[in-house]
Design a protein around this ligand. Structure first.
Ligand SMILES: Cc1ncc(COP(=O)(O)O)c(C=O)c1O
Length: 275
């Protein structure tokens, strides 16, 4: 099991991986990124992740290397790390330049890939669910730091998670400024209510999660009723079931919202009817 880092064409162990302190990814979060996992050694939805990386880069007018160069860097790093299953992160920063905000101060983007052993939530978390909290920190507006762009500017999410962790909760759920539920700090949210699978629509302002899309595709293909729409916090509390999605964790059930149980673990359920 090992961690390997690709930086602009060179692959090294973590100790050898260095970037300039003048890199704008470091100074300003002026970067875009993707995170994915392998399954059976193959990267899950790699193509979709690279496409989203391209969309994020375009939104920030960040020059994108050729798609093949990115795919090659990922393949090389994954191979060098040589893990049974890997976590892979692609980072593209605007690169190194004179200190200053103007984007033309940097002209050579930094392409970085991290491959490390995959660490998943515990079996208990998958079985019993995790606790989430609706936090006061609002999801940034699409007109400010657009949540649909997967950029390295994550302070909004970091502060939301910090608020949730203060009360011992695993994930924070953020709402937009009008109080509509948006997403988790690093996950999308689904609820199951009255026989319908519901998730906040992209128009609320959230990341178009790749796992979110997969879940919607799967549900539709199985004939489930799905709705991408608007939901209030109370609707999560009233849901029959709820879960989080993300590329690393897949689907993670939610057991408590704001300290109230919504989907009791098996051990807490009463005897089933007729037993
Ligand atoms: C803010 C945010 N929302 C949702 C997600 C889930 O997206 P995906 O399924 O593409 O991993 C992430 C993943 O990191 C995220 O950071």
């Amino acid at each position: 099991m090992s961690t390997r880092i690709y930086i602009n064409g060179t692959i090294t162990p973590p100790e050898g991986a260095k970037i300039s302190v003048f890199d704008r990814g470091f100074l300003y979060g002026d970067s875009v990124y993707e995170v994915m996992r392998s399954c059976g050694g193959q990267l899950v939805d790699l193509e979709r992740h690279v496409t989203r990386l391209g969309r994020s880069a375009q939104a920030l007018a960040l020059p994108l290397p050729e798609r093949d160069k990115i795919l090659d860097a990922v393949a090389q790093t994954l191979k060098a790390a040589d893990n049974v299953e890997s976590y892979v992160r692609i980072v593209l920063t605007r690169g190194e330049g004179e200190v200053g905000l103007a984007t033309d101060l940097a002209i050579n983007p930094t392409l970085l890939v991290i491959a490390k052993p995959l660490v998943l939530p515990t079996a208990e978390m998958y079985n019993d669910g995790v606790k989430v909290r609706l936090v006061g920190v609002q999801r940034t507006s699409a007109k400010a730091v657009d949540p649909s762009v997967k950029s390295g500017n994550y302070l909004n999410n970091i502060m939301a998670l910090a608020e949730a962790r203060k009360s011992g909760d695993y994930e924070a759920i953020m709402c937009d400024r009008d109080g509509w539920v948006a997403e988790g700090s690093s996950s999308n949210l689904f609820i199951w209510q009255a026989g319908r699978l519901r998730t906040p629509s992209l128009s609320v302002g959230l990341l178009a999660g790749i796992t979110r899309r997969r879940v919607l595709e799967l549900a539709t293909s199985r004939g489930l009723e799905v709705e991408e729409g608007r939901m209030r916090p109370q609707e999560i509390r009233d849901a029959d079931e709820a879960f989080l999605t993300s590329s690393i964790r897949g689907i993670l059930p939610i057991s408590y919202v704001d300290g109230e149980v919504i989907a009791p673990p098996e051990s807490c359920r009463g005897p089933s009817p007729g037993s």
